[in-house]
Design a protein. Structure first.
Length: 375
């Protein structure tokens, strides 16, 4: 092997190295067919994005910075995913994430348990401490009832007065003790309440963040699929009409190649903000993958749907996307299918995807509807 070939060979996967050995490949040129079998850069970038989402966000944020640093390198060179060292690092992060999250949950669960136990102790102390004095008072009551005032009961009343004073003093001491315990324990209860509240907030935040795409802030594909089940159920029960709009940014690869992946991220996040701001609360919009986005738009009249589509197109095409000193013109293609024209949601989104493909084939920068209308 010459030095150049050895260098390339060292970067191959184990499977690829076996193919080289089995076929006696010995020159860099002969390696081309093998290397062309690798997945496309776009797919590798999408895989990197999915891997990042699998380890972020974490309840325990101690390793978030390390994960971000690793994936910044991968964003700049997606093919790093093929290197064994990087794969082992990702595996290590995944294992750390699950282990540390587990420890955090165990700790927070322990805090809740302490809270319940402490409250039980306070209540038990209050009940127990009061019990002895209550018995004394009950005994004194019985003595009072047994005194015959028609006879000479003054002596008995005097003795009873002393017992009442002693019993009252004992009750006062016990009640002060219970009060002091409850007061000192109040701070501990408040601390535990704050910890429980923090845990609830962190779990809620983690759940919400896991539903949102880390770059665009839109629904992830999984979260979108969960939401469409609810929408489809509503459609079947109440016949709530909706359309599926499939968006795809035109020539997005060219933006990445020209200005870099950081610029591409800015374009994606800006386009996502436009969709989110102009899509109503009861509609949904998600990142379907890469530069593809999907929206579910409810409507009663066709003109409502057309107004939405025209508004998005006007905003995107009449403005420039800003990245550092660059003002970049961006367009998109889209396909639109209406649920009422199909037997199922699956066939509806397939039709929208097909119309998107036709829009791109016909020159891009257009929205194609199912009735043949083009915006």
């Amino acid at each position: 092997m010459n030095k150049e070939f050895e260098e390339i060979f060292s970067k191959l996967t184990i499977t690829e190295k076996n193919v080289v050995r089995d076929n006696n490949i010995a020159t860099p040129i002969a390696l081309l067919p093998l290397l062309l079998n690798r997945v496309s850069t776009e797919n590798v970038e999408e895989l990197a994005s999915l891997l990042k989402q699998s380890v972020l966000p974490s309840i325990c944020s101690e390793i978030d910075d390390e994960i971000e640093e690793l994936f910044e390198k991968i964003d700049k060179n997606a093919n790093l995913l093929f290197e064994k060292e990087i794969q082992e690092k990702i595996q290590e992060f995944i294992e750390k994430r699950f282990e540390r999250d587990k420890q955090v949950v165990i700790q927070r669960t322990s805090d809740i348990s302490k809270f319940v136990t402490l409250m039980g102790e306070f209540l038990n102390d209050a009940i127990t401490s009061n019990g002895f004095s209550s018995k004394n008072v009950l005994d004194i009551k019985e003595k009072i009832q047994s005194i015959d005032l028609s006879k000479d009961g003054i002596k008995e009343l005097s003795i009873l007065q002393t017992e009442l004073i002693d019993a009252a003093a004992l009750i006062e001491v016990e009640m002060n003790t219970v009060t002091n315990k409850l007061q000192s324990g109040k701070t501990k209860v408040q601390e535990l309440e704050e910890k429980v509240s923090t845990l609830e907030n962190e779990l809620t935040k983690s759940k919400n963040e896991s539903r949102k795409d880390h770059l665009t802030g839109l629904l992830t594909r999984r979260a979108y699929n969960d939401e469409i089940k609810k929408i489809e159920s509503s459609y079947k029960r109440h016949n709530t009409q909706y359309a599926v709009v499939f968006f795809d940014l035109d020539y997005f690869k060219k933006v990445n190649d020209t200005y870099g992946h950081e610029c591409g991220d800015v374009v994606l996040s800006t386009f996502a903000k436009i969709l989110e701001k102009n899509t109503r609360d009861h509609d949904i919009v998600g990142r379907y993958g890469g530069e593809e986005f999907v929206a579910i738009v409810h409507y009663n009249l066709n003109r409502e749907l057309l107004q939405y589509l025209k508004r998005i197109k006007t905003i995107v095409t009449t403005n420039k996307f800003l990245y550092k000193e660059h003002a970049i013109g961006v367009t998109f293609s889209a396909g639109v299918a209406t649920r009422a024209d199909h037997k199922s949601y699956d066939s509806t989104i397939q039709k929208a995807d097909m119309l998107l493909y036709e829009a791109k084939e016909n020159g891009r920068n257009q929205i194609k509807l199912e009735d043949g209308k083009i915006i």
